[in-house]
Design a protein around this ligand. Structure first.
Ligand code: ASP
Length: 451
């Protein structure tokens, strides 16, 4: 049995849904279908999830929301009309939308989560209606009914292990298709909570593990995962196969085709993932597989850059002899609730790299003041325009001289790394550079290994 997940851009219009249904029906093993909310029909369009966020905000501000409800409903209506579904059958969608503000929620975060979740919840309902209308036996299965239990933040939830016990109880008839909404689960107290944005990928992986699927097919709008960002490198190669940990490193560092959190359930269940293109389903796409017996095609699998970093450079003689030095720095960061990304160090110095998402000017000053007062370094420098280049490949483990090749090629273009760090797994090399040089560095490294 296969779990098939379709992203929002693959379900944005009637036309798109028709293509998705064709894919589903062309393989009897594609039995469990996880759907996103309808996405953008064109560049100017708005995702249904974002419309629902707007709706929730209007309700929280006690504003009239008739217009936004109509706008959301019309997105579903358009798809229903395309398939000739009678109006009475889809009116339930409008009713559910109108009833959302009348329900009770523990606080505004839960309200927001419940509104957002309805993008997928209503879409799954609609797609099950369409399939049944076409005479194909199908069933809408709600995460609440299936026992997809989540805990943590209402808008950034995590799956609870109890889910897998519950999913073991779910039975699926051999001749039916089950349509399951992505992106959300239910908390132990019975409220709806969503995963992080893009979280329908996570639902697909949870079902793949929990229902013991043979394959998790993730349909999106590109031919799998590219070895580099196509906005930086002209027509990069698409990756035929890669390991889970390569994907995790690359998605952490900016590859956004597949959600990084979604890998964990797939790894736990050792379910292979196939990222494919809805508009070109015959293209094999990218297979993401376990490390065992993996035979890499290339030395490196992908290269990416992330530009949203800053770094704190500290220099102090005999730093490596001073016990508790890093502990005290981490204590200061912890007091301000600021996580760090990397911390490469030398004998007399250390660089701490931060994601800017967690910082603001005031916080930076506070942290620097406290570190200066407590640690008394000889030099403290805050570097704003920091970028990280990540080079990932299982093939690097068995190849000598990869770092030299990378550094030589960068050097020829006068790019001098601010730091270089090889991950303990030996499958990634991380290079710190100036933000302005990051794209150039990605191009150079790509050309070095792929052209
Ligand atoms: N619809 C949600 C979002 O836009 C989740 C998803 O599409 O995966 O973030």
């Amino acid at each position: 049995m296969k779990i098939v997940k379709f992203g929002g851009s693959s379900l944005a219009s009637g036309n798109n849904v028709e293509q998705a249904l064709k894919i589903i029906l062309s393989d009897k093993d594609r039995q469990v279908i996880v759907v996103s909310a309808p996405g953008k029909r064109d560049d100017q369009d708005i995702k249904v999830t974002d419309l629902l966020i707007k709706y929730a905000k209007q309700v929280l501000a006690n504003k009239n929301s008739n217009e936004i409800v109509q706008e959301i409903y019309s997105r579903y209506q358009e798809i229903a009309n395309y398939f000739g579904l009678e109006n009475e059958k889809v009116e339930i969608i409008k009713e559910i939308l109108l009833n959302l503000p009348k329900k009770s929620y523990p606080n505004s975060d839960y309200l927001m989560a419940a509104f957002k979740a309805h993008g997928e919840r209503l879409n799954a309902r609609l797609i099950a209606l369409i399939l049944n209308h076409q005479g194909i036996k199908s069933r809408f299965l709600d995460p609440v009914e299936a026992g997809l239990i989540v805990t943590g933040e209402p808008n950034d939830a995590l799956v609870n292990p109890e889910t897998y016990i519950n999913l073991d109880q779910v039975s699926i008839d051999p001749d039916e298709r089950v349509i399951f909404p992505g992106f959300f689960g239910v908390t132990p107290s019975g409220n709806i909570a969503t995963f992080a944005r893009g979280g329908s990928d996570i639902t697909g992986a949870i079902l793949a593990r929990g229902l013991h699927a043979d394959l998790y097919e993730n349909f999106t709008d590109v031919n799998g995962i590219f070895a580099a960002n196509p906005n930086i490198v002209d027509h990069p190669q698409s990756i035929k196969k890669m390991t889970y940990r390569e994907m995790r490193e690359l998605s952490y560092a900016g590859f956004s085709v597949f959600h990084d959190e979604a890998l964990i359930p797939a790894i736990q269940g050792q379910i292979p993932i196939n990222v494919k293109n809805t508009h070109e389903p015959e293209n094999p796409g990218t297979m993401i597989v376990p490390e065992k017996n993996f035979d890499p095609d290339n030395i490196i699998t992908g290269v990416t850059s992330q530009k949203n970093f800053s770094a704190l450079y500290l220099h102090k003689y005999l730093l490596n002899k001073e016990a508790g030095f890093t502990l005290r720095i981490l204590q200061i960061l912890d007091n301000h609730n600021v996580p760090y990304e990397h911390m490469p160090s030398g004998i007399d110095d250390i660089t701490i790299i931060f994601n800017n998402e967690f910082l603001n000017d005031q916080l930076i000053d506070q942290i620097c003041n406290e570190i200066q007062a407590m640690i008394n370094p000889d030099k403290l420098e805050w570097i704003n325009n920091y970028a990280i280049i990540m080079i990932v490949g299982e093939g690097m483990k068995q190849t000598a001289g990869v770092s030299r090749q990378i550094l030589d090629s960068l050097g020829q273009d006068q790019i001098t790394p601010r730091m270089i760090n090889q991950g303990a797994s030996q499958i990634s090399i991380m290079i710190g550079t100036q933000k302005e040089k990051a794209d150039k560095a990605v191009k150079i490294i790509y050309d070095q290994f792929f052209n």
